[in-house]
Design a protein around this ligand. Structure first.
Ligand code: OSB
Ligand code: MG
Length: 370
């Protein structure tokens, strides 16, 4: 499609509760909403870079710069045929996956709206509802954590992920496991350990966890391989898998048994689908991770998770777990079987609430084709 303009909206949205991980605490979520206009249609994408470079090196600030000064000039006024065409055009920009993925999402929304097809349909998704869980940030104490888990279980979530960090992981994971012996439970360390300090995790290796997510640093695929060899619990990589190539390295090295797929981290939905296909052909389970997305990114994640290889529940909770007010008119709710229904309207299948968008926008800029 011939792209005539690109608008960036820098958003700042209050979270219903602070979200704390081993790398920091967020009370307000920042992101960039990308709006593309082509042939009379508007497409939206979410760039999930946050204010600080804690999870990923990109931030809202760096993504803004890359989008405006490097990606926009390569695509404005151009006839972008599909996601692969977009990826080829931005190949010369090294890295910057979060920025690229936001634009690719907006392109999928445009193509879908033009063709009257949902993302799920375009991807070949096979499910109408996807199984989801909840990701719980670090809490004040083990008791508070157990209470928080209880409250999400009462809302209907049937899979729980807890964030862990050195010094508190054993007590907290044990507390949740003792309170809920049969719960589908997993932990996420967000790279907080080294091969040496990760030895403490042996104490939770017998707790029948679904997986241990990203214990070691992003570039430690080899050390994850050494760690996995010592653990019964499957290791799942998040941060380390930044492309389909890295998914191959991880599996060939036996660095993990499960992969958390986030389209942003791997450079876009097309790359996420490639990793899904690669893992599915090898019977390696994948699941869809989350970045506290707005209704835009959430719609995209649901479409992705409708693919058949997403066999573990995703970190795709209901809208009210994140935001009292969202930028989409549609809100996602939990069905009684711990699933969320995949949108079926063309493109992402959601619409922008213009007044909410206006209220959450702290900066905006429009770039036009010459
Ligand atoms: O590591 O999976 C992660 C949120 C921000 C950054 C990294 C992660 C997360 C989550 C939240 O776990 C998942 C969600 O969106 O609910
Ligand atoms: Mg993670």
């Amino acid at each position: 499609m011939n792209l005539t303009s690109l608008t960036l909206h820098h958003l700042s949205m209050p979270l219903v509760a602070p979200f704390e991980t081993s790398f920091g605490r967020e009370t307000v979520r920042e992101c960039i909403l990308i709006e593309l206009n082509a042939e009379g249609v508007a497409g939206y994408g979410e760039c999930v870079a946050s204010r600080e470079p804690g999870y990923n090196y990109e931030t809202t600030g760096t993504a803004w710069h890359i989008l405006k000064d490097f990606i926009a000039p390569l695509i404005l006024g151009q006839d972008i045929k599909d996601a692969a065409d977009f990826q080829t055009r931005v190949e010369r920009i090294r890295g910057q996956h979060l920025a690229k993925a936001g634009v690719e999402m907006a392109l999928w929304d445009l193509f879908g709206k033009r063709d009257g097809k949902s993302l799920k349909e375009m991807f070949g998704g096979t499910r109408d509802r996807v199984e989801v869980g909840v990701s719980i940030g670090i809490q004040a104490s083990a008791e508070t954590l157990v209470r928080t888990v209880a409250s999400y279980l009462s809302q209907g979530y049937r899979r729980v992920k807890i964030k862990i960090k050195p010094g508190r992981e054993v007590d907290e994971t044990l507390a949740v496991r003792n309170a809920y012996p049969d719960l589908r439970l997993q932990v996420d360390a967000n790279s907080a350990y080294t091969l040496e300090s990760a030895q403490v995790l042996k104490k939770i290796d017998d707790l029948n966890l679904l997986l241990i997510e990203q214990p070691l640093f992003e570039d430690d695929i080899w050390d994850h391989r050494l760690l996995q060899a010592e653990f019964k619990t499957p290791i799942c990589l998040d941060e380390s898998v930044v492309s389909p190539r890295h998914a191959r390295y991880a599996l060939e090295m036996k660095a993990c048994k499960i992969i958390n797929i986030k389209p942003a981290r791997v450079g876009g939905l097309s790359q996420a689908i490639a990793i899904h296909d690669y893992c599915r052909a090898r019977n390696v389970p994948v699941w869809c991770g989350g970045m506290l997305e707005t209704g835009i990114g959430r719609a995209s994640n649901l479409a992705l998770a409708s693919l058949p290889g997403f066999i573990l529940p995703g970190d795709i909770s209901a809208s009210d777990r994140y935001y009292q007010r969202d930028i989409t008119n549609e809100r996602f709710t939990l069905n009684d079987d711990s699933t969320i229904t995949v949108p079926t309207a063309p493109g992402l299948g959601v619409t922008i609430n213009q007044s909410a968008l206006k209220d959450f926008t702290v900066a905006a800029t429009t770039l036009k084709a010459e």
